[in-house]
Design a protein around this ligand. Sequence first.
Ligand code: SF4
Length: 247
Amino acid sequence: MNGAGTADPVGGAATPPDAPTWRRDDAFSYQCRACGRCCHHKRIPLGPYDILRLARHLGLKTGEFLRRHVERDGPWLSATPDGACMFLDAGRCAVHADRPLACRVYPLGRWVTASGEETFRELRPHPQTEGRYGRDGTVAQYLERQGVAPYVAAADRLQALFYRLLDALQGVLPRRPELRAAAEAALLIPADSDGPPGFMEWLDADGVVARYCVDMGRAVPETVEAVLQAYIEAIDTWLKTTGGEAA
Ligand code: SF4
């Protein structure tokens, strides 16, 4: 999701008010010097694709990953008591090959409007960062080096679903006020609960896909891309049948 459409793509690294807005062909370069400082005191937002990639990196199903590694008031990547990302290991990212979109785009934030317009802005840097900022390339070249393409493709597909979900709820809730209370109850995460309840269940792509495949009499897919595809199909089906779009 990369915080698309939000004011703060990486919590704790808000965009300065005077930060210019860039597009992919604008001049930008950044060289990470692996000082590790930028991996402290941030809230790293996670979308379903981030969670799938990270879970597979660790050999986990997404439900187990959510229980172990995601802050329940987020979804944010968990941090250690001293504010370091839990995957920062001796100054290096222990999940580098499957790090989340927000970490790949950093030190930029990415915004996408409902109509699909994409912009980027520089986030406020850590005051002692050793990263080198420059203008030796373009935003597009920087993003390509960070391997964002599958993340952006997934985030954009999922954002489109999110807007449909929002539309469905806005259409249904005025007619079904009792659903508002049920939705609020589902979204509130009980502090004393061990599992990932409420909307966290929707982030559990493996769980959503497993239930969908049982309903459809299909084999449960294994690979990240196949799970993502089935996950999108599952939500699309839910929206068309019980989510309000057919009402
Ligand atoms: S996932 Fe990796 S790059 Fe992202 S904050 Fe954690 S250690 Fe840093």
